[in-house]
Ligand binder design. Structure first.
Ligand code: GDP
Ligand code: GDP
Length: 454
């Protein structure tokens, strides 16, 4: 079954394992077959072409941690969309819109051997409207002869076309340099605004009850019409006062818009989910209490954890639960949700409204943890005792010593442990577990990185 490999991103002395809330997002968009996947592979340094992927097989990730010239960023890959032949234009545009909305900057890929098409021009209009920085990649320029074709793409009005061959790597360095210039610098404290109402994403697989829950929540409470001073928000976001406290529910238009069940719908749903998570500080992952968990459920949870957002699990459709299913569900929770035991769970019914008032206290607890900072003194007192009682196991006659730790960031809490040698993953997880026992962190992922110091 799908296993959550939490905290597994990156190596032990790599402080930046997995996609991080603090990194800017670069999305690669364009029509099918222009070479997006090939370019993404090139950027990620993957030698095998994604082109080997079987058609129709949905890739389970849309974003990857990436690095260029010492800059770290999250790369969003929209290649691999299965697009219907009928209505291809509309769907490409719709999907590009989602990718653009979650990005800080966009690499727009055009096939220079074909030139610009109507579909390309539709995407250009979206890009313009978004106001996001764009770098234009004129792809499939495999040799100097293609340069003239690339130059024709000045006509798109997006500035200089960068002639590249994603396949052979030609020109991709210059393209990436330009993309890095376009990406905003981001502080260590993440992209989410520090002030203003907390931002909530309702996510989960189709039909789990997102739209019903949203209506229940918005229906029962006062929807705030005038935006709070100093907050900018998209029209797709909904500002609502819950128990006197304003919250922004992000990407509500995306929840209400029904996605057609085509072969690409799964991937499209993932992309939308990613977009909502990126915009939010806390995500409520809805699960259907009346049905077994699916891999798609696990994937959504993983997306939230990877993005470093606070998390609440809501078991919806509790009105359909009969007592016979109860033990089965308990076992499933033990098996599938054991890695996120720290996330608060609420059982609700979006249909009847039962227990939906428990959502807000859970959101608050998770967000409080997400914001928590442990003073360095307390942290090291805790670690000192821990290490004295449970030293790192000997390895090859050597024993790495832990020197010092500090909390490098909040939202989510990230700890850096300085040690004289590599710490085994089990030991790092042990530290994480004990950190949770000592300090709580209910509802937030935490990250423990190790820096080796002699
Ligand atoms: P996507 O649908 O936009 O993700 O496109 P793919 O990356 O799957 O590429 C579509 C096709 O174009 C594949 O057959 C690639 O091998 C080919 N292709 C991609 N980049 C280049 C390039 O720079 N030069 C040439 N000649 N072919 C390329
Ligand atoms: P979404 O695709 O996640 O937005 O799911 P919807 O809100 O559209 O709900 C999908 C279906 O599940 C609809 O027929 C809803 O009426 C039903 N549904 C949603 N929440 C509940 C619930 O708590 N109990 C029951 N019995 N049905 C629900």
């Amino acid at each position: 079954e799908a296993d959550l490999a939490l905290l597994e991103g990156g190596d032990d002395d790599d402080e930046h394992g997995g996609a991080d809330a603090a990194w800017p997002v670069l999305a690669v968009v364009g029509r099918p077959n222009v070479g997006k996947s090939t370019l993404v592979n090139r950027i990620l340094g993957r030698r095998e072409a994604v082109v080997e992927d079987k058609p129709g097989v949905t890739r389970d990730r849309v974003s990857y941690p990436a690095e260029w010239a010492g800059r770290e960023f999250t790369l969003v890959d929209t290649g691999g969309w299965e697009v219907d032949v009928a209505g291809i234009d509309a769907r490409v545009a719709e999907q590009a819109e989602v990718a653009i909305s979650l990005a800080d900057a966009v690499v727009f890929v055009v096939d220079a051997t074909v030139g610009s098409t109507d579909t390309d021009e539709r995407v250009v209009r979206l890009l313009r409207r978004s106001g996001k920085p764009v770098v234009l990649a004129a792809n499939k320029v495999d040799g100097p002869r293609g340069e003239a074709e690339a130059a024709e793409l000045w006509s798109l009005g997006l500035g200089q076309p960068y002639p590249v061959s994603a396949l052979h790597g030609r020109g991709t360095g210059d393209l990436l340099d330009a993309a890095m210039d376009a990406l905003p610098e981001v502080t260590a404290h993440g992209r989410a605004p520090v002030r203003g109402p907390r931002r909530v994403a309702l996510v989960g697989r189709p039909n789990v009850g997102k739209s019903s829950l949203l209506n229940k929540v918005l229906g029962a409470e006062r929807v705030v019409v005038d935006a709070t001073a100093g907050t900018t928000r998209d029209p797709v976001d909904e500002l609502v006062e819950l128990k006197g406290v304003p919250y922004v529910f992000v990407d509500t238009a995306g929840i209400r818009r029904r996605v057609h069940q085509t072969s690409g719908a799964d991937f499209y749903a993932s992309l939308r989910t990613q977009a909502a998570i990126e915009k939010a500080e806390v995500a409520v992952v809805l699960l259907d209490a009346s049905e077994p968990m699916t891999e798609q459920d696990t994937r959504v949870i993983q997306q939230v954890v990877d993005a470093g957002r606070a998390l609440v699990i809501a078991y919806n459709k509790w009105d359909l639960m009969d007592e016979d299913r109860r033990p089965y569900l308990e076992r499933e929770i033990e098996k599938e949700l054991v890695q996120i035991r720290w996330a608060p769970r609420v059982n609700v019914s979006a249909r009847t409204g039962w227990h939906t008032d428990r959502l807000v206290p859970a959101l608050e607890r998770s967000l409080d943890s997400w914001d928590t900072r442990i003073p360095t003194g307390r942290l090291n007192a805790f670690l000192g005792e821990l290490v004295a009682a449970h030293p790192h196991p000997l390895r090859g006659g050597k024993q790495p010593r832990i020197l010092f730790a500090t909390q490098a960031a909040t939202r989510p809490p990230r700890f850096v442990v300085f040690a004289t040698g590599f710490l085994e993953p089990q030991y790092r997880r042990f530290i994480e577990r004990r950190l949770r026992e000592a300090f709580g962190f209910e509802g937030t992922p935490i990250q423990v990185a190790v820096r080796v110091r002699e």
